[in-house]
Design a protein around this ligand. Structure first.
Ligand SMILES: [Zn+2]
Length: 360
């Protein structure tokens, strides 16, 4: 499991702060140039392709790695923007070969008139002590980044910690959807459902409709900036909701002694999104993916394993007799000839839990 420690630096001198700001300005240019090359179809990139940017080559190489990931996500998102645009305040990123933590000093390369190493003392906090203990115990350090926020400088370091897996016997299957944002079915090791929970999507649907009609009005008035603001607002609202739902799901999993959470591999997005228009579908892909990411992250912190299964037929199969029949699934109801009449998303979450147990 990876944990990130955000360390505050003791206030650097004005001269060093200027060096930081200069390097950040170059990072912005460099990242933009990398994204432009990726957009143009150039994928084999190295620091030598960006001689015009005054940065240590370690930072350029790390930028290439990071922007490649961002670009892939950008392409997947079907954004209407032409390419990613980077905000002014980018972090300066390093991989674990490029920085050192020695006592309470971090040392990193920066560019002045040439590439140089600089040392910065870190504020002594409980968090920092904790990180130092992990280092002494042999934990591996990962990526790090230097960034500026509200007048302060921070160094964020990720560290790989050995996973402490719980050995709980129960399995939670989670179905993620539109009408019910999430439906969880918890089964014991004998395959019997011991609890279930619905996380209603009504409120989210209402908010979506509200923003959609706002967008339509503004679209007719061609107010592009206002539309962008509304999109941001809606995204923030959904992010907040996803945080809450994932927290409740993982708390429930802990309470019910769950060892594995099973979800669908949403690479092939669910059939239920078919009837939506394009803009909505993209938003959903994004929120589904984000909800899964949040669940995964919180589950791992709780020592719960997360597993993804192929979503094929999870909503069409009867969770009681196993028969696959498309017409059995109505909007909210799954109704099988064997006598199984339940909420269709609960039916799916039971199948998901079952598939996770089978392939355990
Ligand atoms: Zn059946």
């Amino acid at each position: 499991m990876q944990i990130t420690y955000v360390l505050e630096l003791l206030e650097p001198t004005k001269r060093k702060q200027n060096i930081f700001f200069n390097n950040i300005a170059e990072v912005v240019k460099n990242r933009q140039a990398i994204a432009d090359k990726l957009k143009a179809g150039e994928t084999k990139l190295s620091s030598a392709d960006f001689k015009e940017h005054n940065l240590p080559s370690a930072v350029k190489n790390q930028n290439i790695r990071e922007v490649k990931v961002l670009f892939r996500l950008f392409e997947k998102s079907d954004s209407k923007k032409d390419n990613i645009d980077f905000k002014k305040n980018q972090p300066i990123c390093y991989n674990n070969q490029n920085y050192k933590i020695d006592g309470h000093i971090i040392s990193i390369p920066l560019y002045t008139s040439k590439c140089q190493r600089f040392a910065f003392p870190v504020k002594q906090t409980k968090r920092f002590k904790e990180l130092q203990e992990h280092i002494e115990n042999g934990s591996k350090l990962g990526k790090a980044s230097l960034f500026y926020k509200r007048g302060k400088w921070y160094f964020a370091v990720s560290v790989d910690l050995p996973q402490e897996k719980n050995n709980n016997p129960n399995t939670m299957g989670i179905d993620i959807g539109l009408r019910q944002l999430a439906v969880a079915s918890i089964k014991n090791s004998a395959g019997k459902e011991i609890n279930r929970q619905f996380f209603n999507g009504k409120e989210a649907g209402f908010i979506r409709k509200k923003y959609r009609s706002l967008r339509r009005e503004l679209g007719q008035a061609k107010k592009i900036n206002s539309i962008r603001n509304i999109n941001d607002k809606e995204q923030r609202w959904m992010t907040d909701l996803n945080h809450k739902i994932s927290r409740r799901l993982v708390n429930l999993a802990v309470q019910e002694k769950v060892g594995i959470i099973v979800m669908e591999d949403l690479e092939n997005i669910r059939q239920s999104a078919h009837s939506l228009n394009r803009a909505d579908r993209n938003l959903h892909n994004w929120t589904f993916y984000q909800l899964q990411q949040f669940i995964e992250y919180k589950a791992e912190l709780a020592g719960i394993k997360v597993k993804y299964i192929n979503p094929k037929h999870t909503s069409q199969r009867c969770s009681k007799c196993g028969k696959v029949k498309k017409v059995n699934r109505k909007v909210n109801l799954y109704s099988c000839q064997c006598g199984n009449h339940i909420h269709s998303d609960l039916n799916a979450s039971r199948n998901i839990a079952h598939l996770g147990q089978q392939s355990a």
